[in-house]
Design a protein around this ligand. Structure first.
Ligand code: ADP
Length: 544
């Protein structure tokens, strides 16, 4: 019997359709950007779409052809947004580079991706002046500013001005239609071990991820939202917000490089921001500022926090003191990045508040599209009982299949090994115990560094805490607690260790505490455990 085929339109999922949708149906909805130059820029989705077309024209005029990589070193702002859409929409590949990486890594990544054009902000002019010579494939350097802010002289030959390029075009350009599996953007992982690896997203994966991210059990985005992405556009596409905000018709507020507590708070208030997203460290800065100045948010109601474990104490402070609901999320570059988010199920509503909180502290349940399981070292699946912990593996249409130029697929039996260790409970809520390389292996038992950090963070005198494994002659490894105290706060070693009593099994309590003024962070704002372990590799624990 002949198979009956569906009789619906065949329309490839194109990233350009997101911005044309936003321009047509939310044309006067605003996009507000705090610029590097210091002032506020405002325009609309309709303006952004027109200028994205001009960017596509300008890049074509510079000689870019389908598949060419166009790199950016940019903050969250409207020009960066236009490059996102102008490149992907015209079949070029947007390669966002993380400016917080080491200069040699930035050059290495640009060469590896064979970028043909590099667009960068004024902030990075001195950096690019040093690196330009070593970026062998880059034919054009474009400074993302206007003529008035162009440097009088520079070491970069034939430096182009972004505004001049854009304004020279008429915008008469039709977004092309092509295979939805075409590459749309590339993001390199931070490369804490070895060289960074490129994750290559497609139009299809990006749109499916954008749909999923906007769902009520994910970011729950709507045209009633004013979204401020703190999470950078230079890392995993700001968790897909530039796409899902267009899909949902949100007003967008971009903070540029101004990420200190005061600048953020003022922007939240003046633009009536309702939703934001970022890693825990940025909220530390914002919360310190609002607390010190006894401020309250008037419109800010929801935030997604992820990228590293959000301490339960931070979730409580945001909710109890500031009326902001925290949605704890887990993901990674290889997952575009969203995997799981923590929102209650209907059956949880009858539970006491404290129990609800414990559920919400977990990294949560998958969004449709992602499937997950935990396995032991022999690849056997472990039970979903909230106790058994194992290697977390995932699959789905926005999960990586192979790295850019990667010689072999990272997949194992069709699943992507995340490198995270997790439990999954009977309600399908996943909780990260640790990154497999950060777990502390004490006498054959595993201690979760995240659990120990979360307890420390609940102490009123602690600003930031990190726990690392320290060598021990008897137990192999024992936990060492590294702490930054809050300004003016007092707490000593004994008091800190006593704070763990009754909160965790005795044998898991750290062996020692060191007080520091600074904890190193990665280019994506996470605690740099590798560096910390190096710093304390010869540390002598009092118990050893
Ligand atoms: P990198 O920092 O290597 O560039 P990603 O930004 O992709 O990589 O980070 C992914 C990793 O961050 C995850 O594998 C996990 O270890 C950690 N992570 C992300 N979100 C959370 C979370 N909510 N809780 C704990 N760990 C998290």
């Amino acid at each position: 019997m002949a198979q009956l085929m569906g009789q619906m339109m065949q329309m490839p999922l194109m990233i350009s359709s997101l911005i044309t949708h936003a321009a047509r149906h939310f044309g006067d909805t605003e996009i507000v950007s705090k610029r590097v130059e210091g002032d506020l820029h405002r325009y609309t989705w309709a303006d952004a779409e027109l200028r994205s077309r001009k960017v596509a024209q300008a890049l074509a005029r510079l000689g870019c052809r389908a598949g060419d990589r166009v790199a950016t070193l940019g903050w969250n702002g409207y020009r960066h947004l236009e490059i996102y859409y102008g490149t992907s929409g015209s079949q070029l590949v947007c390669h966002t580079i993380n400016p917080r990486l080491f200069p040699e890594q930035i050059a290495w990544i640009a060469n590896d991706a064979e970028d043909t054009v590099l667009c960068f902000e004024l902030t990075f002019l001195p950096l690019i002046e040093k690196l330009a010579d070593s970026m062998k494939s880059v034919r054009h350097f474009v400074l993302m500013t206007d003529r008035a802010h162009m440097p009088a002289s520079t070491g970069i030959p034939k430096l182009l001005c972004y505004e001049e390029l854009v304004e020279a075009e008429d915008g008469r350009f039709d977004w092309p239609e092509f295979d939805e599996n075409t590459a749309s953007s590339i993001c390199y992982t931070s490369g804490t071990t070895g060289n960074p690896k490129g994750a290559v997203y497609s139009h299809r994966s990006t749109i499916l991820h954008a749909y999923a991210a906007a769902l009520p059990d994910a970011m729950s985005l709507s045209a009633q939202d004013v979204v401020l992405p703190v999470v950078p556009m230079f890392h995993v596409n700001a968790w897909g917000l530039p796409y899902s905000a267009a899909l949902s018709g949100c007003k967008v507020v971009f903070p540029g490089p101004h990420l200190d507590g005061k600048s953020l708070f003022e922007l939240f208030e003046s633009e009536k921001v309702s939703f934001s997203a970022g890693v825990p460290t940025v909220w530390l800065g914002l919360l310190t500022y609002v607390k010190q100045n006894e401020l309250k948010f008037s419109t800010f109601r929801r935030t997604v926090i992820g990228g590293s474990a959000c301490p339960p104490s931070m979730i409580r402070t945001l909710e109890d003191d500031y009326g902001v609901t925290v949605i704890h999320a887990w993901g990674m570059t290889e997952l575009s990045p969203l995997g799981t988010l923590s929102k209650l199920k209907a059956k949880h509503f009858d539970l006491p508040k404290e129990q609800q909180r414990h559920i919400l502290e977990k990294q949560g349940k998958v969004i449709y599209g992602i499937d997950m399981k935990i396995i032991d070292d022999n690849d056997a699946e472990l039970p979903w009982d909230g106790k058994a912990s194992g290697n977390l593996v995932v699959r789905g249409p926005w999960v990586i299949d192979s790295y850019y130029k990667g010689p072999r697929s990272p997949l194992v039996n069709g699943w992507f090994p995340t490198g995270d260790v997790a439990t999954i409970d009977a309600d399908a809520f996943m909780q990260i115990t640790d990154r497999s390389k950060d777990v502390i292996k004490s006498g054959g038992e595993w201690i979760s560094s995240i659990d120990l950090e979360n307890i420390a963070m609940a102490h009123p005198a602690v600003h930031e805490a990190a726990v690392i494994a320290c060598r021990h002659p008897k137990w192999d490894e024992r936990p060492l607690l590294v702490i930054i105290r809050k300004p003016g706060a007092e707490v000593g070693r004994e008091e800190m260790l006593q704070f763990y009593e009754g909160r965790i099994a005795k044998w898991q309590i750290p062996d020692d505490v060191v007080f520091v003024n600074e904890i190193p962070h990665t280019a994506t704002g996470k605690i740099q455990k590798l560096k910390l372990r190096e710093l304390y590799k010869d540390y002598k624990l009092p118990t050893s």
